[in-house]
Design a protein around this ligand. Structure first.
Ligand SMILES: [Zn+2]
Length: 284
């Protein structure tokens, strides 16, 4: 039997300190090194992807294909008494496309299913899942970014986000069974598809950090495009350019956007690899 020496105590202390890192499932290959992958992000509204903009910019720069699919047009998110649903849907489509352009994501990599903002959980679930499955089978993502549905418990999100978290995962499960929505396979020439891995955003238990320091300027530029959401334009829309804002409002908006430069340069996700059935139960 060996007595504890200061050295072995130090070793033990080091191992204990490392334990949370060792048991956390990180991607085998750091996200910073991913290349040649197909990535699909599913969200509810134009701007739900904005917390991942640094990671998406990095993935694009490293030669990955990135698609963004949003369930709603975002046509309700306004405090402007003169705004209409149709006008806001157009504004937010343009904001989203401009933001994605900053990240190097082309217009044909943006899909919007056109549901009404705030109403996703009342939409026909079978229809939403079927439409998502069709896109998963077309795009064949290696990695799916989606709202965290939770594991071992339900992750509460506000309405559309809550629905989107489950729908994205449910569709990943359905996409791999060829006898589910078989018409897509028989008549549309698609194939069953299994998503290999997941990056859940808005997670309360993230296990993966992505260093986005090299992409912070792109992230800020992209987030700044969502002027109808992140500035005083939310209450009175004047146009797509920060110059359209009143001077004081413009200052507040740009300061808010630029604050990211002094914050931490990490984006956080829960990474999960494996069959979709385990998304909510395995501590991985
Ligand atoms: Zn949202």
């Amino acid at each position: 039997m060996t007595m504890s020496t200061p050295r072995s105590i130090t070793l033990l202390a080091t191992l204990l300190a490392l334990l949370p890192i060792l048991v956390r499932a990180q991607p085998e290959m750091p996200v910073e090194q991913w290349k040649g992958k197909t990535i699909l992000l599913v969200g509810a509204h134009p701007d739900d992807d904005s917390g991942s903009y640094g990671t998406l910019a990095m993935l694009r720069a490293n030669g990955n294909e990135v698609f963004v699919l949003l369930l709603t047009t975002g046509n309700v998110g306004t405090g402007d008494p003169d705004m209409t649903r149709d006008w806001l849907a157009k504004i937010r489509r343009q904001e989203e496309l401009s933001a994605l352009a900053e990240l190097g994501i082309p217009e044909d990599h943006y899909i919007n299913l056109g549901y009404t903002d705030g109403m996703v959980e009342f939409a026909d679930r079978e229809e939403v899942v079927k439409r998502l499955v069709r896109w998963y089978r077309k795009i064949k993502p290696d990695v799916l970014f989606a709202f965290e549905p939770g594991y071992g418990y339900q992750r509460w999100h506000k309405a559309d986000h809550r629905a989107a978290s489950y729908l994205a995962a449910d569709a990943a499960r359905a996409a791999e069974w060829r006898l589910l929505f078989p018409g897509q396979i028989i008549h549309e020439g698609l194939e069953a598809h299994q998503v290999e891995a997941y990056m859940f955003y808005s997670s309360t238990e993230p296990n993966t950090e992505v260093d986005i320091s090299k992409y912070i300027e792109q992230k800020i530029a992209a987030r700044t495009k969502h002027i109808s959401q992140f500035s005083a334009a939310f209450n009175k829309y004047m146009g797509p350019d920060p110059k359209d804002l009143k001077r004081a409002d413009r200052k507040v908006f740009l300061e808010r956007m630029n604050r990211a430069r002094t914050g931490d340069m990490l984006e956080h996700f829960r990474y999960y690899k494996g069959p979709p059935d385990g998304i909510g139960s395995q501590r991985r």
